[in-house]
Design a protein around this ligand. Sequence first.
Ligand code: NVA
Length: 313
Amino acid sequence: MSLNKALQKMNNFLADDQLKKNELLALIDLAINIKQNPEEYSQALAGKSVAMIFEKPSLRTHVSFDMGINKLGGHALYLGQQNGKLGERERVSDYAKNLSCFADAIVARVFSHDSIQGLAEHASVPVINALCDLYHPCQALADFVTLSETYPDLSQVKLAYVGDGNNVSNSLMIMAATLGVDFTLVSPKGHEAAADIVAKTKRLAQASGSKLILTTDIDAIGKQDVIYTDTWVSMGDEDASKKAEILAKFAPYQVNHALMEKAQANMVLHCQPAHLEEEITTELFDSELSKVFQQAENRMWAQNAVLVALFSH
Ligand code: NVA
């Protein structure tokens, strides 16, 4: 097991814009290698313990980290919020310093990106972002592992994200721009990506030579290979009084067979949990075009690649 040179400088995995194209490609390669040869990596985390903080619910992230760490010979500890909320019972900095006494790495799913940055600043061990308000880098890495299984040359892929401009679409478009993947973001007015994320992505797309299209017009979707969607309301943003308004506003942006045909797309992705008949139809989610469970499985291999990279130097 020898680590690609590009990964030898990785100390944390916090946000997508911290990774260069060669680092991302090396992580994708490593994830595929671990997936194909899991026994070669079965001791990569031997004797290591990983503390996993969750401020929000999780199925795939919790299970894929826990089982993935186990497959690497390490030990994972789940910390929900029942023993004290991050930053409330104890400061984020104290959380980070205490956990660093016992754990060899920290995985954290948090409300605010500031908490991730605070953990990374004060921990003496690597920190992995398992979702925050701005980014979901583990998901995006798994998505590009999934895409590269069908499209070995990622620069040939046309990827569109349709729906709420959120943590998942931020990470996806930043990674797409870094990797040179043409990316289209279609969001309703008022739900577009934030200006600073767009500016950052534009710079990356310019450097990689990829196309970046941001639009509110669903009819302008154009030819795509892959369409991606996510919930219209992210965890922590739920407001029952706004539900009807959101459903009406987003209805034209539902990802369904008609949209797939219009875009001539042959793959649909969703990070899950899916709100069936809202952002995606049940029929499409369950169809041959859907690679959502391949995507879910790849969460584990992608995260294991990050863990192996962080522990190999
Ligand atoms: N955008 C969603 C992703 C869930 C995995 C959320 O933050 O709730």
